[in-house]
Design a protein around this ligand. Structure first.
Ligand code: SF4
Length: 364
């Protein structure tokens, strides 16, 4: 009897070598593994039945034992600037969000790596409900396949950023599996220099990533030049002191020669003073990095607000005086809550709806 799709293992959790081993165990020819992965990653075919160069009996066998895509698109919201936010339902009913950001010649996808997030940054909607579970490598890869399914034929994905829901370094092994599928020749074959992993500063993860011989970009969400300021924004206890994080970033650069970027969400009255700009400049001086200043985006349930644009410009100017390359990053998809720190708004809203309708029906 065939298994239920949501109980099946996904072929997307396996790399080329593992698919080859699987086929050897099934007494199938080794090159069939390459054929299968080529259908999925190059031609974006996600139904066994459509893989026309595989023998019918093999397709039927795979269909009964292995899933390709286990999640489904629940809802798509499109912004005026072309940004699309996808609400994706996983096989166990959990929901995540992924974002597509169009830009001439450099379309970008922003992926989630966990359902919820354990870090609970003060400005971020994803962390509000805490961590529910890690995504598998296959589920992370599926986010890309779902986005591709919505694009016109000629549109290609050029950049992949792991900056959606979750802290990638706290789901390290699955994130690494997904990164390899994005980068490998047998996978999406997107260059490492076009892939960015973001972290709030999980040192063990930064050290491991430096040694993977992957050369992906590293983005560190710093948000404060000192521990006191930063702890108001990134409260999780297991995150290291600011100085150790910057040291880990310097080591990452030394090992990979990839420039590290620091993300800094500017929040009025918290981390946006000129003194804090100067402290940030001193902290990063003499190190080839880049600072992205991101004016805070409104999320429900917080009184935080962005600084006045005059103060944002002054903050930037202060960094430039100290020779730190920096830019104010324009948020995309603000009108659909797809901008930085806003993901999970939809998931949360739906959870509330659920709760309310349950309470309503229980009361009734
Ligand atoms: S900003 Fe990132 S690390 Fe912080 S709560 Fe949101 S998803 Fe988690």
């Amino acid at each position: 009897m065939s298994q239920q799709k949501d109980e099946m293992k996904s072929i997307l959790d396996l790399n080329l070598l593992e698919v080859e081993q699987l086929f050897a165990e099934m007494s199938e020819l080794k090159y069939r593994a390459g054929q299968v992965l080529s259908w999925v990653y190059k031609r974006h075919v996600v139904e066994w039945a459509d893989m026309s160069n595989l023998p019918l009996r093999l397709r039927e066998k795979l269909l009964s034992e292995w899933a390709i895509v286990t999640s489904r698109i629940e809802k798509v919201r499109s912004s005026e600037d072309g940004t699309m936010k996808l609400l994706i339902q996983l096989s166990d009913g959990q929901e995540i969000e992924s974002v597509f950001i169009p830009e001439k010649g450099r379309n970008t996808v922003c992926l989630s790596t966990q359902v919820g997030c354990p870090i609970r940054c003060s400005f971020c909607a994803s962390g509000k409900g805490g961590l529910r579970r890690n995504l598998t490598s296959g589920e992370i890869v599926e986010e890309i396949l779902h986005i591709i399914s919505l694009l016109p034929g000629e549109a290609a994905i050029r950049n992949v950023v792991l900056m959606g829901m979750g802290e990638p370094m706290l789901n390290y092994d699955n994130v690494l599996g997904a990164l390899r599928a994005v980068n490998a020749e047998w996978g999406f074959h997107i260059g490492a220099r076009r892939i960015t992993v973001s972290t709030v500063g999980v040192i063990r993860g930064i050290e491991r990533l430096a040694k993977e011989n992957l050369q992906v970009n590293l983005a560190i969400s710093l948000h404060g030049p000192d521990d006191r300021t930063r702890s108001k924004i990134v409260p999780a206890r297991r995150i290291a002191p600011v100085k150790s994080i910057v040291e880990a970033a310097r080591n990452y650069f030394a090992e990979t020669r990839r420039r590290v970027s620091f993300e800094y969400v500017l929040i009025d009255g918290v981390n946006s003073s000129l003194r804090q700009a100067r402290d940030l400049g001193q902290l990063l001086k003499g190190f080839p990095c880049f600072v992205n200043l991101i004016p805070f985006n409104a999320i429900e349930g917080t009184a935080l607000k962005p600084p006045h644009h005059r103060h944002i410009r002054a903050f930037l100017h202060e960094l430039e005086l100290l020779g730190i390359p920096a830019a104010v990053r324009a948020s995309r998809g603000n009108d659909i809550a797809a901008a930085c720190g806003q993901l999970a708004g939809e998931v949360d809203a739906r959870r509330k709806e659920h709760r309310h309708s349950r309470v309503g029906s229980e009361a009734g």
